[in-house]
Write a protein that binds this ligand. Structure first.
Ligand code: DO4
Ligand code: MG
Length: 299
């Protein structure tokens, strides 16, 4: 069972549920956390509350006709890094300018007890299905990072799973790790969606698969696939370090790292189309857009 939001005729964001039979019904709650809180107050699961709505609803929506938006206004998006071997190898490539001739702090963090957790985005910088993700104007090496996102509450309880794109500038991060916030955070540099797969509906999240496709001029120029079971760390461990001695807000999203990296010579272009698919969650599709005002033009 999945939760979505769409823009209705009154231009309001409407919460809805997609049943296991792929039928869509409006939910009478203003947002995802209101649904979760209602279920908790009534000692019921979110699935039970949504099932009641499905069983008593008389109007069904047609998914293909809906204008989807982010299923949640995540107040903050955090991300874990170097959680898959593939990411460690890619980060080492950047950090050594392709020479791979030394051990780096990426090797160190991959094996360390403490994971890398970094701040990725705020709700205002985060976009949903079909919204453009932007390119940084001062980077020449940019890629999408397709990741499984965890939707958590303030205690760190995992409420659901979502697809995420941790847009990244490999040249900026490779130049100096202290530039990480600039390599990761800018306008429209984070996408989440298209749905929240309810945690209670997932027996084993490590069985989830992630697929990424990039299209240019209608042609597929990249496709990669990974499984969450390739993660070096447990999801619980990542959540533990995020919430430890921290104020975390209900509806926070924690992205869990990338295991899909396009070839080193690849960089995103204006008008590319990115698809991140996590079967059971859906396909998060975003066009890529250059930002018109270039920082280098201003300086
Ligand atoms: O160390 C930088 C971040 C790496 C990252 O975002 C990832 O592994 O997904
Ligand atoms: Mg990442």
């Amino acid at each position: 069972m999945r939760i979505i939001r769409y823009v209705n005729d009154q231009n309001q964001k409407q919460l809805a549920v997609i049943s296991d039979e792929n039928k869509v019904f409006d939910l009478p709650f203003p947002d995802f956390m209101a649904l979760v809180n209602f279920a908790r107050e009534n000692n019921r699961s979110v699935i039970q509350v949504a099932t009641d709505v499905i069983e008593t609803a008389n109007t069904q929506k047609v998914l293909e006709t809906l204008t989807l938006t982010t299923p949640i206004d995540a107040p903050e998006v955090w991300a874990a890094g170097v959680t898959y071997e593939k990411s460690k190898e890619a980060r080492n490539y950047e950090a050594t300018q392709g020479k791979l001739d030394s051990t780096t702090f990426y090797d160190k963090v991959y094996d360390a007890k403490r994971p890398e957790i970094f701040f990725k985005s705020t709700s205002a910088r985060t976009v949903g299905p079909n919204d453009p993700v932007y390119l940084r104007s001062d980077s020449n090496w940019q890629i999408p990072e397709p990741e499984l996102g965890l939707v958590i509450d303030q205690e760190g309880t995992v409420l659901g799973y979502i697809a995420g794109n941790d847009m990244s500038c490999r040249d900026i991060e490779g130049e100096n790790p202290l530039y990480l916030p600039q390599a990761k955070i800018w306008k429209n540099s984070c996408a989440i969606g298209p749905a929240i797969l309810l945690a209670d509906a997932v027996e084993d999240p490590y069985e989830l698969k992630i697929i990424c496709r990039i299209f240019r001029d209608g042609e597929k120029v990249f496709e990669g696939e990974a499984q969450v079971k390739q993660l070096k760390r447990s999801l619980d461990e990542l959540v533990h370090y995020l919430v430890l001695d921290n104020d975390v807000f209900d509806g926070t999203v924690l992205m869990t790292g990338t295991c899909i990296v396009p070839p080193n010579e690849f960089t995103l272009n204006d008008q590319d189309q990115i698809e991140i698919e996590i079967p059971r969650i859906g396909v998060l599709s975003n066009p890529v857009k250059s930002q018109s005002l270039s920082v280098t033009n201003v300086l």
